[in-house]
Ligand binder design. Structure first.
Ligand code: BV8
Length: 233
């Protein structure tokens, strides 16, 4: 492959699996026997805010018990040393890319360590648990705060910026995602349409595997450092 000038990377839960964060598939798409599509929705939150706050409180608290792995660190090195442009998009809501040395990470599905107020839209860094009684730090509305997470049925963040990058890139690399959730799962088709080379690095073939020019299967902590080394060579 000729040296790519602009690489777009999309990561999913699989890149954090070896850090000890369960993927959605490992959990069988369930959390405490609730389908995640029911918990991770505005309707689910409205119906049972205690359950949904618990879902995110537990995952937010777990962040302090896990560490970035060699795949996160390799992507941080790529961003620092690659001569061209790197756009890093993640579906993950954890902070392991940042702790692995990456910068300007685009969290298209939001972040566990962020919250916003549904009454006044104020956003802030949130580390402690939230509850339906939590007051907004800005407007004091009790019950206003919610996890800054893009739920099913909500528009992912920075979509215009993401689509512009995917259309403009020379190489689109998908890492650790099952290709089950849209619009992220559609990015490979957009990249193909606009002439990019496409590469999948995943434990097993994803739902969209056939759409990639090249697909390598194995653990991210082996595939990603190896791919970064060859890209920087
Ligand atoms: C929207 C935050 C519109 C929550 C998440 C019917 C057909 C098509 C689409 C739809 C449909 N019905 C509804 C939709 C739209 C829906 C959707 O796609 N649903 C799916 C279920 C069919 N999408 C949406 O609702 C999106 N919004 O469409 O808005 C709109 C339009 C106008 C105006 C307003 C709105 C919003 C989707 C975002 C939902 N939020 N996350 C939270 O985290 O709690 S999605 C969540 O699940 C993740 O963020 C991620 O995106 C997804 C899970 O995917 P993965 O990350 O890929 O994880 P998964 O476990 O599935 O796979 C892990 C992979 O890693 C596997 O392949 C495995 O092999 C691999 N792996 C494992 N270990 C390793 C490994 N790889 C390497 N190394 C390892 N060690």
């Amino acid at each position: 492959m000729t040296h790519p000038l602009h690489i777009v990377i999309l990561t999913g839960a699989g890149i954090s699996a070896e850090s000890g964060i369960d993927t959605f598939r490992d959990a069988g798409g369930l959390w405490e026997n609730h389908p995640i599509e029911h918990v991770a929705t505005p309707e689910g939150f409205k119906a049972d805010p205690v359950l949904v706050h618990r879902f995110y409180n537990l995952r937010r608290a777990a962040l302090s018990t896990v560490k970035p792995n060699a795949a996160h660190v390799a992507l941080g090195q790529l961003q620092r040393e690659f001569k061209g442009q790197v756009t890093l998009i993640t579906q993950n809501v954890d902070d392991l890319h940042e702790r692995g040395g990456s910068s300007d990470v685009i969290h298209m599905h939001g972040e566990l360590l962020s919250a916003f107020c549904s009454a006044c839209d104020h956003r802030w860094r949130q580390v402690e648990d939230l509850s339906p009684q939590s007051p907004c730090p800005a407007c004091q509305t009790r019950g206003g705060p919610r996890p800054d997470i893009v739920w099913f049925g909500e528009m992912p963040y920075q979509m215009r910026r993401l689509e512009t990058a995917v259309k403009a890139c020379d190489l689109f690399v998908s890492i650790g995602t099952s290709g089950a959730v849209y619009p992220a799962a559609g990015f490979v088709h957009l990249a193909n349409t606009f002439g990019a080379q496409t590469l999948e690095l995943n434990l097993e073939p994803s739902q969209g595997s056939a759409a990639f020019d090249d697909a390598r299967h194995g653990p991210a902590t082996e595939l990603v450092p190896e791919w970064v080394r060859s890209t920087l060579a």
